[in-house]
Ligand binder design. Structure first.
Ligand code: SAM
Length: 224
């Protein structure tokens, strides 16, 4: 049996594909980051599958038992709290282990925050780099130095607690010609977007306390 990686909504519960619902309905076991969070989604779509936890604190120790489930020809699906498993969420280790153990892996196309964020930014989409969350301490400066010369559109995930601090660092590291697009609460009731210079973004979030979930896109460094 293949392993199914199933994207789930990033806010709006309607953002799920018919196929995702079908796969989840047919699953013998659904591995979820937070079973209580996922229960709400599954109840909404009357999906009754057995839920088991699979999160960053137990992903290593769960690998063997998930491989056994696949060997025993169970239908196994993996979801995260929101979006696509493996994108700033557990998933990569499991996919790698499944491939090494000879199982097919199918990742369904579906919700993830980075794609609407870059499309809505209006920045070039032909080449981009997704950096996930920047390191908080170790390696952060080096990463910012690398991104200072980046010639592709940059996409970052960011928390509301750190966004102002990050923006202030961007001013120190990045050329002032670089523009920024910040989407907040994609697909949700209070979805908003900021576009402009990094300095203007700082002014904006100093006046409007950052709340919710954010994706930042930064335009590339223009070649001279
Ligand atoms: N697996 C998810 C995906 O495919 O996008 C990402 C999970 S990661 C733990 C959570 C981060 O994704 C948030 O801190 C935020 O940066 C971004 N994110 C997720 N949902 C979002 C939303 N509705 N609006 C804006 N950003 C979102």
């Amino acid at each position: 049996m293949p392993l199914y990686i199933v994207p789930t909504p990033i806010g709006n519960l309607a953002d799920i594909t018919f196929r995702a619902i079908e796969i989840l309905k047919n699953a013998d076991v659904i591995y979820a980051e937070d079973t209580r969070t996922s229960k709400k989604l599954l109840n909404h779509y009357s999906i009754k599958g057995r839920l088991e936890s699979f999160h960053k604190h137990n992903e290593h120790i769960k690998l063997n038992s998930i491989m056994r489930k696949l060997e025993q020809k169970n239908n196994v699906a993996v979801i995260s709290d929101a979006g696509t498993p493996g994108i700033s969420d557990p998933g990569f280790l499991l996919v790698r282990e499944s491939i090494v153990s000879g199982f097919q892996v199918f990742c369904l196309p579906g919700p993830t925050a980075l794609i609407p964020a870059i499309i809505q930014s209006g920045f070039p989409t032909d080449r981009f780099v997704f950096e996930g969350f920047l390191p908080i301490k170790k390696g952060r400066k080096k990463r910012l130095e690398e991104l200072a010369n980046e010639q592709r559109t940059v996409i970052l995930y960011e928390s509301p607690h750190r966004i102002l601090k990050s923006l202030k660092q961007f001013v120190q590291f990045f050329d002032e010609s670089r523009e920024i697009s910040i989407v907040r609460e994609l697909t949700k009731k209070f979805e908003t977007q900021f576009r402009g210079s990094i300095c203007k973004a700082i002014e904006f979030y100093e006046k409007n306390k950052p709340k919710g979930e954010f994706v930042i896109c930064i335009s590339s460094l223009k070649e001279n």
